[in-house]
Design a protein around this ligand. Sequence first.
Ligand code: SOE
Length: 399
Amino acid sequence: MQLRVGMVGYAFMGAAHSQAWRTVNRVFDLPARARMALICGRDAGKVSEAADRLGWDASTTDWRDLVTRDDIDVVDVCTPGDSHAEIALAALAAGKHVLCEKPLANTVSEARAMAAAAAAAQAVGVRSMCGFNYRRVPAVAMMRQLIADGRLGVVRHVRATYLQDWIVDPQFPLVWRLQKDRAGSGALGDIGAHIIDLTQFVTGQLISGVSAVTETFVRERPLPAGSSGLAASVDGDGHHPSVGPVTVDDAAVFVARLDGGALATYEASRFATGRKNALRVEINGSLGSVVFDLERLNELEFYDATRPTAEQGFSRILVTEGEHPYMSAWWPPGHIIGYEHSFTHQMRDFIEAVATGVDPTPSFSDALQVQLVLDAVTRSAELGSSWADVEPALVTATA
Ligand code: SOE
């Protein structure tokens, strides 16, 4: 069985997905083979070059044609968030299986429409999945298994951070990720979505409420070279501005309750100077704790409180044994894997689900749940609800 893939978008995620489509059938024995049939982008010259560089059979600038072609079976959406809904909805309507990058959409209403369309398409055997790739890191899958097996007991605390620093320089240009109409939100939806999904995935609990603050530290930035929409505008004096407003959060911090009783803290920031792509999750339970750190992607720290007191301590599990999730397909124990392998594992699970007629996870409905959390965080931050100000302790020396 062959699955002919049409991918829309060819930037960072397009490159990561291409790497995964290229390797998945060379590493995993699957009931179907992915064919990198068609890649789509707005600029004909650039997308043709991307096809050559990334290994696609052909390129096009017309995504509406791509999603309806009879020689395409799967549509892989790797575009900025403002086009996820229209592309995925058109693809599902055309009977194509869909893999859509995270977050699912820029708004809850778009995500609801996508989840509804996916559910309708599922009834006629069309599959869909949202690309929360960190679920497919073997150590994360192992974390979920430890918790599901009861090794942590009752989960009490969830502590998740996802920290980057790529826009600390105020001269970094106003790229699409910093514009609400393109990205939906800033650090919150881009990297906060990952820790929301990941913590719900490993604990099996859903976030039921939040209290949040967000901040935009740098409120205007230089326009990117050749920017169209923003630069096309003119200011009151009829001049083309050289800077534009940042309309998304640079950082989001929130506390949450999970529906299984756990308390959680989340921090997503693009201003954590020195942190490049630092995702860390710690789960504390009544019988132990487990820690995942993306910078040490092949390891888990595990504290087993049931061990004899004299032997207790955080142990370091090297998640490279053949019995560990996905690892039997790669190298012998100790030969570590990387960031890009999570995408290959994602394509493995997607291909197997489509070929065997089951629904891959996370579904669009799972991704809608993440979107609902993102929306609640935004609302809470805007409302400032349940926020108790702390008055300054102006202590004056007594005479
Ligand atoms: C942000 O720069 C980003 O590329 C996210 O969009 C990805 O989802 C994350 O995996 C890496 O960082």
